[in-house]
Design a protein around this ligand. Structure first.
Ligand code: PEP
Length: 253
């Protein structure tokens, strides 16, 4: 199980430090549940400094696919590693929607992240219109293949998928546990076509989209839901920790 907070473009340095500090000080031993804080680039170093030595890891929300060079304003995988990041969110729907990310650009970033030992958290998910037209499974399958086709299996725990139906992100509207489970099982089938069945069975597939303390137990108890990518509810320590505790209750081998 993995619970990752996606802080998006929120907080200032002082509130980011407070949030990381209070999550660290209030988190009891999460056991096998991995906890990752995905902070804005400018806070990564500070957040790493605050959680280093605890069970909490740090992730970024995006990166560039090249190693270095004339890419003004961009951040590379090695830069992320150098400030303590272990994870990076790639292909979030907001990046696809507002910044022109495509399956191809996501794949290039996945390859680069893996090459540098970062765990890519690859986001996939359909629009409401696509779900209404009965296209959700085809869209998500295309995104999974587009991001991972030809990528060698990086090893256990080194690749994470996040299913985030776009209509559920930040809307307060959550996929039902049954809807989410059905899509997660579909994603796992796609993964077993790309990697081996055994490897696919062990890839964590997170659910994201208005997960909160009130619905976390039901979502996380589904057999193919291996954690959550949490937006709004990760911006305060109490709801985020309550979701981490739901993951601890639901954790299974
Ligand atoms: C997200 O954007 O990754 C997300 C899941 O947001 P929220 O929890 O606010 O829906």
């Amino acid at each position: 199980m993995l619970i990752a907070g996606n802080w998006k473009m929120n907080l200032d340095m002082s509130t980011a430090r407070q949030l990381a500090g209070s999550i660290r000080s209030s988190l009891e031993d999460p056991g096998p549940v991995e906890v990752v804080l995905c902070a804005p680039f400018v806070y990564l170093d500070a957040v790493y400094g605050l959680v280093h030595g605890s069970p909490i890891s740090v992730g970024a929300q995006n990166m560039h696919a090249e190693d270095a060079g004339a890419y003004t304003g961009e951040i590379s995988a090695s830069m992320l590693r150098s400030v303590g990041c272990s994870h990076v969110i790639l292909g979030h729907s907001e990046r696809r929607q507002y910044f022109g990310e495509t399956d191809k650009s996501v794949r290039d970033k996945v390859v680069q992240a893996v090459r540098h030992g970062l765990v890519p958290v690859v986001c996939v998910g359909e629009l409401l219109d696509e779900r209404d037209k009965g296209e959700a499974e085809a869209v998500v399958a295309r995104q999974v293949r587009g991001a991972l086709e030809g990528v060698a299996y990086p090893g256990r725990g080194k690749l994470v998928i996040a299913y985030e139906p776009v209509w559920a992100i930040g809307t307060g509207r959550t996929a039902s546990p049954e809807q989410a489970q059905a899509m997660h099982a579909h994603i796992r089938t796609e993964l077993s076509g790309l990697f081996s069945e055994g490897d696919a069975a062990r890839i964590d597939i997170l659910y994201g989209g208005s997960m909160k303390p009130a619905n976390a137990d039901d979502l996380l108890s589904q057999p193919d839901i291996n954690g959550g990518l949490i937006g709004g509810a990760s911006l305060e320590a109490a709801p985020f920790l309550s979701i981490v505790r739901a993951a601890m209750r639901a954790d299974r081998p």
